[in-house]
Design a protein around this ligand. Structure first.
Ligand code: FE2
Ligand code: FE2
Length: 184
């Protein structure tokens, strides 16, 4: 079902753009981390990049409707510096989504009775909370001159839920089964 209310629709467009840019930015920053000899930070960027792709895809689907042109504006972080700077940029972006953007968008969708958008915003909000913590852990390691210690990273392909080491029997956010999780 396509979104009906223009305000929630605008928020979906903006969130779609923000997630699309985060997806791409994390791929770029993953390459930078690889070049700095930080393969686990690079893998973390790639895994979380995939989670942002899941969010962008969900928002895109909720916009729905007919194929049409539109112009969208979304805040984006630019610049590719040292990995420590990039990780701080990533943390700032994730915290903006957790503390301001998604709570506001979620409230608007709830107020306007947009069930699909509400679901999509909630999926993203829950994953971004985890992303902020993981990027902080990576930054702490890099600041002490080391790569982050990481085994496997698992991403839920439906909601972007992100977890280290082992996927749960069922995704705690959307209920998707363990076997569907994508491993990085
Ligand atoms: Fe994120
Ligand atoms: Fe999920």
């Amino acid at each position: 079902m396509a979104v009906k209310n223009p305000m929630t629709s605008d928020f979906l467009h903006s969130a779609y753009c923000g997630e699309s840019m985060a997806h791409m930015r994390y791929l770029i920053w993953g390459e930078v981390a690889d070049n700095e000899g930080l393969p686990n930070v690079a893998r973390l960027f790639r895994a979380i990049s995939y989670a942002e792709q899941v969010h962008a895809t969900n928002h895109f689907r909720e916009i729905g409707g007919k194929t049409a042109d539109t112009t969208v504006t979304a805040g984006g972080v630019f610049g590719s510096n040292k990995t420590a700077d990039n990780l701080q940029g990533a943390i700032n972006g994730e915290l903006h989504e957790v503390e301001q953007m998604y709570p506001v968008y979620l409230n608007a969708a709830e107020f306007q009775n947009e069930a699909g958008a509400k679901r999509s915003f909630n999926f993203a909000l829950e994953a971004e909370k985890i992303h902020a913590k993981l990027f902080q852990k990576a930054l702490d390691a890099v600041k002490s001159g080391k790569d982050i210690e990481l085994k496997s990273i698992y991403i839920c392909p439906v909601c972007g839920h992100t977890i280290l080491n082992e996927p749960p029997e069922k995704c705690p956010v959307c209920g998707t089964s363990k076997t569907s999780y994508v491993k990085f």
